[in-house]
Design a binder for this molecule. Structure first.
Ligand code: ATP
Length: 518
């Protein structure tokens, strides 16, 4: 099945099983805004807890905050967002559709890459085992022509983006003959800069009101509280401040489901360090953050670093952790060495001294900052995409059946176990309820007595429940139950008294945390 089809199925599955709904669906939806359903919110909360504990619980020198979404508008002037948080946009006059100019060009580049891949695939089939892909790419005339076209356009786009050369971006679109996917025409407007911040008015009267922004990142709430936390927590460098919260960006192109949203959630940590030590800390946090992802067991080969060649003017190093989504390797987390830019800017705009007195060096300075910034929703999508599996299973009588199983890492699965009485009579429901009433204090449990046991297993597989506990007549006699494992579908008989131990061994976030480097 093509990756695109898998992705469509995943979106449908996410809706059908209460993970993610389109926002305002009964009013035909609101573009790039989503709601999390009964299972989605549990998974999301578990991801946030795993991150929070990895930061705040495991590090004595990292503390959390929860700053407001509204902030003084000058903050966004100081941070550079008012003047420079822009994307280049272009409209097609016939379809009246708006696009990101760089995304149109990137889509065009992707098509060239696809053509090259097709040539390679064809040749591989033709030559069989004797096929030498590297040599073919270096010598085949058609591939070389495509590659050269790719390199030229890519270079022109990178230069234009670097120099904010909007005319050149338009020229590339014209030169490449890029058409609007809706109207099919090349009737393009000029390219303009579009600021991604949402704004609103604060205050009750027209004269007394002030334009405020919905924060486009949570980081600035940390920077402007640096002094508060450092002083009240008597924090010594190096130390970090962590925060989880909503951020808002008026993205021009919103697509790929919850990958790019207009309202989303970030988990950010700013780590304040002595100037001169920042690049060591940058490497440290790259390692620690990658380990956090890998501990989930979704496959180390699914992650890679992407080093930024083009750095923001205030950064002296930056890398993304990319995950292999069904639509390719894409950023889930950014790790940035932001120098002392943000604190210095706030010092200048607020007129307040924002420094650290270093007792060892006996001097004051503005600390440098390493930032780790991950989108909760993108992380959620990576887990969901990785979990979705369609399987054909052979039943005991030799017939086959299909199941969709969400192989969500057990520690963050929305529901940890389902308790299922084999039949709805003979005291089995009462026994099952009694077990649930004991276990519910520790695990998110579900009770289900409707339909055949097979259908109940399928329902739990579809939401990723790692364990199903079946209560049968033998349970009434000897206080044992069968436990069925989601991934292998193996079943074993165990004493009710041992359930807590068996389940907590696999589903506790503690087990993940124990694997992390400090
Ligand atoms: P992109 O290049 O994909 O637009 P970015 O580099 O602008 O992302 P950052 O500003 O570094 O992203 O934000 C940090 C993290 O926040 C990203 O790694 C991503 O996980 C998440 N994020 C950013 N924008 C969005 C969005 N529109 N929807 C969902 N998550 C987002």
């Amino acid at each position: 099945m093509a990756d695109e089809d898998v992705f469509k199925k995943l979106i449908a599955h996410a809706k059908e099983y209460g993970f993610v709904f389109q926002s305002s669906e009964i009013y035909d939806g609101l573009s790039a805004v989503y709601d999390y359903g009964q299972n989605g919110v549990e998974l999301k909360n578990n991801i946030k807890k795993y991150w929070w504990d990895a930061m705040v619980l495991l590090h004595e020198n990292i503390v959390g905050i929860d700053s407001a979404i509204f902030m003084h508008p000058t903050i966004w002037k100081a941070s550079g967002h008012v003047d420079a948080f822009n994307d280049p946009m272009i409209d097609n006059r016939d379809s009246k559709k708006r696009y990101r100019a760089d995304v149109l060009i990137e889509d065009y580049l992707q098509k060239i890459e696809d053509k090259i891949a097709k040539e390679v695939e064809k040749a591989a089939k033709r030559f069989g085992d004797a096929f030498d892909e590297a040599k073919f790419r270096q010598t085949n005339a058609r591939v070389l022509e495509h590659q050269q076209q790719y390199d030229t356009v890519k270079q022109r786009m990178n230069d234009a983006m670097k120099q904010d050369n909007l005319e050149e971006l338009r020229q590339i679109i014209l030169d490449c003959g890029i058409v609007c996917p809706i109207s099919g025409t090349r009737n393009w407007t000029d390219v303009r800069q579009f600021n991604l911040m949402f704004s609103t008015e604060m205050g009750s009267t027209a004269e007394g009101s002030m334009k405020v922004y919905l924060r486009p990142e949570t980081a600035q709430g940390i920077f402007v509280n640096y002094l508060n936390v450092q002083k009240t927590g008597r924090m010594k460098l190096p130390f970090g401040i962590a925060q989880i919260g909503k951020a808002f960006r008026n993205e021009i192109v919103a697509r790929q489901f919850i990958f790019r949203m207009r309202e989303f959630e970030q988990m950010e940590m700013q780590f304040f360090v002595q100037p001169g030590t920042e690049l060591d800390w940058f490497e440290h946090w790259k390692k620690v953050r990658l380990a956090w992802h890998q501990a989930l067991g979704m496959g180390n080969e699914k992650y890679r670093f992407h080093k930024h060649e083009k750095l923001a003017h205030y950064a002296n190093a930056a890398a993304d952790i990319e995950f292999e989504f069904p639509f390719g390797f894409k950023e889930v987390e950014g790790i940035h060495s932001r120098t002392n830019y943000d604190l210095s800017q706030h010092q200048q705009y607020s007129g307040k001294k924002i420094q650290y007195f270093d007792p060892e060096r006996n001097e004051s300075y503005v600390p440098y900052v390493i930032e780790t910034s991950i989108g909760v929703d993108r992380m959620f999508l990576s887990v969901l995409a990785n979990a979705y599996t369609e399987e054909t299973i052979t039943k005991e009588d030799g017939t086959t059946d299909q199941r969709v199983v969400m192989r969500i890492p057990a520690a963050i699965a929305p529901v940890k176990l389902a308790i299922l009485p084999l039949v709805k009579k003979d005291g089995l429901p009462e026994k099952a309820h009694a077990i649930k009433n004991k276990l519910r204090f520790e695990f998110n449990c579900q009770y289900d007595e409707k339909d055949s046991i097979g259908r109940r297993y399928r329902r739990q597989d579809a939401i990723g429940t790692p364990y199903c506990i079946t209560v049968d007549h033998q349970s009434l006699e000897d206080d044992t139950v069968t436990i069925r494992y989601r991934d292998t579908m193996a079943q074993e008989r165990v004493p009710i008294a041992s359930l807590t131990e068996i389940i907590s061994e696999k589903v506790s976030i503690k087990k993940l945390l124990e694997q992390l480097p400090l």
